[in-house]
Design a protein around this ligand. Sequence first.
Ligand code: PLP
Length: 392
Amino acid sequence: MSVPLKASTPAPRPAPDHLAAVFAQYPLEVVSASGVWLNTRDRGRVLDLYGGHAVAALGYGHPGWTRALIAQAESCQFQTNAVPMDVRSRAAARLVRFAGLGLDTVFLVNSGAEANENALKMAFRLTSRPQVVAVEHGFHGRTAAAAAVTWGAAQKWYGLPRTPFDVSFIPRRDIAAIERHVTESTAAVIVEPVQGLGGAFDMGAPFLEALRRRCDATGAVLIFDEVQCGVGRTGFPFAANMYGVTPDMITTAKALGNGFPCAALLMSPRVAAALKPDALGTTFGGGPLACAVIEAVIEAIESQHLLEQVRRVGAYIRSTCIVGPVTGHQGAGHLTGLITRRPAKEIQAELLQRGILTGTASDPHVLRLLAPFILEEEHVDLLREALASLPA
Ligand SMILES: Cc1ncc(COP(=O)(O)O)c(C=O)c1O
């Protein structure tokens, strides 16, 4: 028997477009895009310094990426991981070579959260320990384990009755706190080497080196979450390369597919030794379409010298855009945080009025730039002019 709703209970109302109303909406509608430009229904051409939240690394309409996707779709769009495919082995080998860190076993999945979920599972499998250390202001995803290591999830949106393991959070860059948090009970330390949502906040080499040393001393596994900062965004293949610190596992996604959903977990030989058949699994992860685009993304980054371009143009942003309401910067490459005197949301809205799309962060005074790697100095000049025209 159904229970009648109380008169005071508002009837659930579907969103007008039937999509779950869980995302705050940017006030623009994109109809098409090309290079670093979005064509919108209501605002004309908009310069995209947000990149679909760090995803559109090659910009829009990249011919090599599009060709690779179409060719794979025409040849064979899907086979399960139980059926060997050359494109899958090629993608894994290309990713391992691109990283150059000796993390030479790859598990391909679909999303950043899923990569982190599996990384944590591998750490527990390897160490049989009960606890994980994460870093304050970090974001790792919305599934049970990934969200458990996400700062503030419990207070804001975790939504499950309990977390699956004990977590302690370490303050950012606090080297002195590491010894107290990371002990012989610690299975893993998970850290974004450059935090995304936390405000393009770079952890710095000394903190990451200290984590590496402490993990070596205690036997804990070091996981770099490079879902947002990886695959060239810092101007290096991974932030691990930039800092010269090699973790036991790297998780990555976003730029890896340039918009086709895919993610990867890269493992060291020590971690991979704990694998056995059925230890991990997925239906769609490592599908041939995803593998074809992974190859195409790395091929484009290498053949178009995009790492150099990200370093050069990222440095140009930092040296020219400290104007108007911007007082400083943090981050690396095209994961840049412009520190703002006024709330970043105000500046984001004012920039959009001037035809430039940017992002914000959990720090209310950081404007986050996640531009496509193909951004040029002439585009940065447009940002500088727009910022200079705003009230300080
Ligand atoms: C650093 C980091 N880790 C994990 C995730 C989760 O990735 P996904 O949304 O693909 O699950 C994100 C997403 O923004 C992220 O920025």
